[in-house]
Design a protein around this ligand. Structure first.
Ligand SMILES: [Zn+2]
Length: 320
């Protein structure tokens, strides 16, 4: 791709990429070793990964959080490399439910209040709330249930808004996504098993959806995973195809979709993941150019990128 300093504003989406959902605290294959390495304070692997992102012109990233400061460290390193890196610090999850490796637990609103004070000290770029579990490959339609009540979720989101922080909600199922939209979420992450009603709501309220097709799409494409997921492949296929059809419908309805690969989750590798996600979304019949446009325009919104930040990318990287 030819890049010049004079790249016009309206074709920036072809040269600068935004991955709206990554996890630097995971590496796609051996999370335990990876996390141990980073937890020891060895950030060389983060530098390597960020260099990979940069080499592919993925200059803006949004992390989903972790419980040991990896994404906060990544933000600092990224800043020195001219990459814009947004992190919630750590995600908030309900005590006893899914999310322990991505965040810190809260039992109730009182608990959240003190946790939020602590979180603000880390200067988060957004609040990340984990509202449900993840798609269960063993049993169709299962996602681990909804962790917070509407009142709890609403309260957390309002607190974030008071501090002018956008809110990223990890949610699967129609009920959970509906609840997140009604409570004021800015972006919905994953959103498996949703219906037309939630799509309409997202379109009307200008909520951004990050469908993260790659964790399932890569399993289906990659033969190495055949053994691991042998008994579950039919379910994965069904869920993936339904999700893809929902993405297609969402685009028709005017839902703003951002491209988030979920890089770091099993089988999704940093930097390549962005292009995996583009390839999977392409399967619903839209052009690559349109996908890059969505990735860029809705990515800027999802990451809450200010004009001055975009300008800094230009200035720090003279090739754009
Ligand atoms: Zn994620």
């Amino acid at each position: 791709m030819v890049i010049s300093r004079t790249t016009p504003q309206n074709s920036l989406h072809r040269v600068i990429f935004v991955d709206s959902h990554v996890h630097i605290s995971l590496n796609g294959k051996n999370p335990r070793d990876w996390r141990r390495l980073l937890a020891e304070g060895n950030y060389e692997p983060i530098v390597k990964i960020l260099s990979l992102y940069k080499s592919k012109n993925i200059m803006m990233l949004r992390d989903g959080g972790d419980n040991f400061g990896a994404s906060l460290a990544a933000r600092e390193i990224a800043g020195r490399m001219g990459i814009i890196y947004k992190t919630p610090g750590w995600a908030i999850y309900k005590k006893g439910r899914y999310g322990s490796f991505l965040g810190k637990p809260v039992a109730d609103i009182a608990d959240f209040k003190s946790m939020f004070c602590e979180l603000l000290k880390a200067k988060p770029d957004h609040l990340k709330v984990i509202l449900t579990g993840i798609v269960d490959f063993r049993s169709y339609g299962q996602f681990g249930g909804i962790s917070f009540s509407y009142e709890e979720l609403y309260y957390m989101i309002q607190q974030a808004k008071e501090k002018e922080l956008p809110v990223m909600v990890h949610a699967n199922s129609s009920a959970a996504v509906k609840m997140a939209i009604e409570a004021g979420a800015d972006t919905i992450e994953h959103g498996y098993f949703i219906t037309d009603e939630e799509l309409q709501m997202m379109a009307e309220r200008d909520v951004i959806w990050v469908p993260t097709l790659s964790p399932l799409g890569n399993i289906l494409e990659n033969r190495d995973f055949r053994y691991r997921y042998q008994n579950q492949i039919q379910i994965i296929k069904k869920v993936f195809n339904e999700h893809l059809a929902t993405v297609k419908k969402a685009i028709e309805l005017g839902v703003k979709i951002a491209i988030g690969s979920d890089s770091g989750s099993f089988g999704v590798y940093h930097s390549r993941g962005f292009f995996d996600e583009v390839r999977h979304i392409k399967k619903c019949g839209i052009s690559e150019n349109q996908i890059f446009k969505m990735a860029f325009e809705n990515g800027l919104k999802a990451l809450n990128i200010k004009p001055s930040e975009l300008k800094s990318i230009h200035q720090n990287n003279k090739e754009f």
